[in-house]
Design a protein around this ligand. Structure first.
Ligand code: ATP
Length: 870
């Protein structure tokens, strides 16, 4: 079989197969002339994803194969679709100009685009990083590294499984790589929501990784990055550099340093908390995450920075205050904020533009964007530097004007350039003498052609005579058949068409050569100058990356001040006490979503480690318990990322861990019951407590029988109160429907009962949403069921059972199910009273369409008479 195949295999397919074999698992886009072609299984997949026609190549022969292709200029449209569909795509280009090659052109893969590695603007989301993650599973802990190749950001961290998982959840990588050996373990750990790829085992070796990293950063060790002692993190990061090479990403000078994610620097948000508090993404479709409220940034860098700040809130008072001070300055000075914003709005994605410079993928139009963006830096710097605040001056000092570069781009690049660098019209006059000369020839040559045309029209009397151009004959004169006899003898016939003839002349040939030669040379010189410009810009990569970072910070802090102004947030007081004291706090997301006319009811929360460590919050369903819990955590989180908070005042003793056990998050797909998940999450909280922790527990234990639930909840509160470390008094908000827990206050000194109040008016309840001291008795669950549209029969019966169960409750006697009164069979309304049956008979006989008003009145009178009868 193989024999037969080789004999019929064309040289092109031979080349294709050889390249394809080098990139297993990748879909190969094979450039043939003006098309990217796919063959075999790739063609089947591509035609499905891209909705392009699937045909056959070599039909009937032994080398018959499926074929699907698209024009090369559509790559930017089709590539993102393939990548988003989860494909790894190898782009195989022609490495030589086919015009100058005899036989088959040399081809090779110039890039392997994977979900986690892309520079393509259509694959990337401007507001989000596109991280590739690498995980190494060591003996004692995991190492993890994140790289966004489009911005050059590179991070490394290590820790236990739950820490690494939490980071992965926060960074939300588009692709995760690991070694083949650890595949089973890590796939189990990560679940099935990520694109993953396994590399050979040897790639995940310490020496290899260390070498790769120091080569990349051109340093002798990794000490300067603070990761020298982090073996697992180093291995994970080194594997990322290997993967870059594997995927033909060889220009990587913009990846100039690696940042250590220091577990001690940031608030511990367990992975459930990031999800439960809906910090950067909503849990349910249509939900609004906190970031949507906070993101008023003007640049893509700002938006991406905000996301990182939100998943990594700070623990260091000085660092938090530094941010708060800047927000405060912006908040106070409207003119300053407006001027800064005006400039920021004109800044493009500097971070990604400069990466494109580093990897030589920037196009002329993007180069102009780079220049325009850099020009906004001077006015921003000016605004900040002249301000009295030291914090603003500090930011200004970190900005580089890059004047030399902007001037050079301004001097050399025309303002009306296209995206392509090989179309001419790129470089301004005065940059290169030879180029200017060639421009003149090309331009005046065309002018001269018009003169020839005019002269020949006069000479021959053929008024419709035109000089045109095509690739085969070059410039020619076209004469319609009607004028054929007027053609002079010195013209040379080149082509006969149905209704016209085409001629050339000696003079035309001479000029053609001059013009074409000039145009060809012109493009070459322009490309050379443009490449030199890109090369020159590449020297500014570190400065521009720094600018992008500083601008991102300014943008985020400005966004915080805008949000504060628009929503009446206040500056929190950050301190090292163990007290959280929030006055009139609000939920930042719910308050924005209330129907018109409704206002959010603010509430105070006080927690400390002396008198009020644990609040047991009871109250009816729908009263606002969960909202209160979440708003407390969100206010702390906002304060610790340096943002103002929705309250009238907030004094926040720094929190080092936020834990939440909120709402039902089932994991049935992984074979765990809702209750099992609830208990696992709670166990993880209890095993990781600290004195500065803030814990939210919402209805712990509700997933099991009441007695089991109450007992578990009870034991948890005791554990939190009487922790074996006497200094560990984690502040806790505990919302529950188990009113039994209100008894805990009597024995545990730092437990306080609160309830979210409601008012009973007649048989209705009104939600007051106010937190008050003291426990509450009722849940009003049946009332809420009625509001939800439960059939009346069920509501009625539930009330009957409730009354039975609640009767004599204080006597504490156990009620038996068989004692519940049986439902009284209800007769239909009409069956219950003979008068009603009579009325029914009278009414059904009425023909509404024919009865007159007077007859209707009389009928009504008859009905009333029956009704009044005793
Ligand atoms: N302080 C408030 N001001 C205005 N509306 C509020 C307030 N708190 C909550 N709400 C509204 O009430 C709804 C229910 O609140 P929440 O989910 O917190 O109740 P709950 O007491 O936890 O109920 P359940 O016990 O049934 O879970 C929220 O979705 C919100 O729209």
């Amino acid at each position: 079989m193989a024999e037969a195949k080789t004999t019929t295999e064309t040289p092109l397919m031979k080349q294709y197969n050889a390249i394809k074999a080098k990139y297993p698992g990748a879909l190969l886009l094979f450039r043939v002339g003006d098309f990217y072609e796919t063959f075999g299984q790739d063609a089947i997949a591509a035609s499905k994803v891209l909705d392009i026609v699937l045909t056959k190549r070599g039909a009937g022969s032994s080398s018959e194969t499926e074929l699907a292709g698209f024009p090369h200029h559509s790559l930017d449209t089709y590539l993102p679709k393939l990548v988003k569909a989860g494909h790894r795509v190898a782009i195989c280009d022609q490495l030589e100009d086919p015009r100058f090659v005899k036989g088959i052109v040399k081809r090779g893969v110039t890039e392997l685009v994977t979900p986690g590695l892309s520079y393509n603007d259509n694959v990337l989301d401007r507001k989000q990083n596109n991280f590739l993650a690498s995980v190494f599973s060591g003996k004692e802990m995991l190492g993890v590294s994140f790289l966004d190749v489009s911005t050059g950001e590179f991070y490394a961290a290590q820790g236990n499984e739950s820490y690494v998982l939490k980071l992965i959840q926060g960074f939300a990588p588009s692709e995760i790589i690991f070694s083949k050996q650890s595949r089973d373990k890590l796939e189990k750990l990560l679940g099935d929501e990520y694109n993953t790829f396994a590399l050979e085992e040897w790639v995940y070796g310490f020496d290899y990784a260390y070498e790769k990293l120091i080569n990349q950063f051109k340093t002798a060790s990794l000490k300067g990055f603070g990761i020298d002692e982090m073996g697992e993190a180093i291995i994970a990061a080194g594997a990322i550099l290997h993967y870059l090479e594997d995927t033909e990403h060889r220009d990587t000078s913009h990846i100039a340093y690696i940042s250590r994610i220091d577990e001690d620097k940031y608030v511990w948000l367990d992975k459930f908390t990031i999800r439960n508090l809906e910090i950067v993404y909503a849990q349910h479709e249509g939900g609004v995450p906190l970031i949507d409220i906070l993101d008023q940034t003007a640049t893509p860098m700002g938006s991406r920075q905000l996301r990182k700040w939100m998943i990594l809130p700070l623990k260091d008072k000085i660092a938090i205050e530094e941010r708060l001070k800047v927000v405060d300055e912006f908040h106070k000075d409207n003119t300053l904020s407006e001027k800064l914003l005006e400039q920021l709005r004109q800044i493009a994605d500097l971070e990604r533009l400069i990466s494109k410079v580093a990897v030589n993928r920037i196009n002329p139009r993007e180069m102009l964007q780079l220049k325009k963006s850099l020009k906004c830096i001077a006015p921003i710097r000016q605004q900040l530097i002249q301000h009295s605040s030291n914090e603003l001056k500090k930011l200004a000092d970190q900005l580089h004007l890059c004047e030399f570069l902007t001037e050079k781009i301004e001097k050399e690049l025309r303002e009306d350039v296209s995206i392509l660098s090989n179309q001419g019209g790129l470089i301004k006059e005065g940059v290169d003498a030879e180029l200017d000369e060639l421009q003149k020839i090309a331009f005046s040559g065309k002018d001269y052609l018009l003169q020839i045309q005019k002269r020949e029209v006069e000479r021959t009397g053929i008024s419709s005579l035109k000089i045109s151009y095509n690739k085969v004959f070059g410039y020619y004169l076209e004469v319609s058949n009607a004028n054929k006899d007027k053609v002079p003898s010195d013209w040379i016939r080149k082509q006969t068409l149905a209704n016209a003839e085409r001629f050339i002349t000696e003079e035309l040939k001479v000029y053609e050569e001059k013009i074409l030669h000039a145009e060809e040379k012109l493009v070459v010189i322009e490309q050379r100058i443009f490449n030199a410009l890109v090369h020159h810009a590449a020297e500014f990569v570190p400065q521009i990356q720094q600018n992008a970072r500083v601008l991102a910070q300014i943008d985020c802090l400005l966004s915080f001040s805008t949000v504060a102004k628009n929503n009446r947030y206040v500056r929190p007081d950050i301190n090292e006490s163990l007290i959280i004291d929030i006055k009139s706090g609000r939920h930042p997301v719910i308050e924005k979503q209330l129907p018109v006319g409704e206002t959010y009811v603010p509430n105070d929360i006080f927690l400390d480690s002396e008198k009020q460590q644990i609040l047991i919050i009871t109250g009816p369903n729908m009263a606002g318990k969960s909202a209160l819990l979440r708003q407390t955590a969100l206010i702390v989180l906002l304060a610790q990322i340096g943002c103002f908070v929705p309250a009238t005042s907030a004094s926040i003793g720094i929190v080092d861990k936020i834990f939440t056990r909120v709402g039902a998050s089932d994991n049935l797909s992984r074979g765990e019951s809702t209750f099992m998940v609830e208990m696992t999450e709670t166990a993880s909280i209890l095993n990781n407590l600290s004195n500065r922790s803030l814990i939210l527990m919402d209805e712990i234990g509700r997933g099991t029988s009441t007695y089991d639930g109450v007992s578990i909840a009870w034991a948890i509160v005791e554990y939190l109160h009487n922790h074996s470390h006497k200094d560990c008094k984690p502040k806790t908000l505990f919302a529950t429907h188990y009113h039994e827990l209100n008894q805990l206050q009597e024995d545990l000194v730092r437990v306080k009962n609160f309830n979210v109040s409601v008012k009973e008016v007649g048989d209705k309840i009104i939600f007051m949403r106010k937190l008050k001291e003291g426990g509450s008795e009722h849940s009003f669950g049946i009332h809420v069921a009625q509001l939800a549209g439960m059939p009346n029969k069920v509501v009625f019966r539930a009330n009957e059972i409730l009354h039975f169960l609640e009767k004599d409750r204080h006597k504490n006697e156990k009620k038996k199910v068989q004692d519940i009164p049986k439902p009284i069979p209800q007769m239909s309304l009409f069956e219950s009273d003979p008068r009603l049956r009579e009325m029914e008979e009278m009414l059904v006989k009425i023909d509404i369409n024919t009865i007159s008003p007077v007859e209707a009145l009389l009928k009504l009178n008859e009905v009333l008479t029956v009704l009044k009868r005793k």
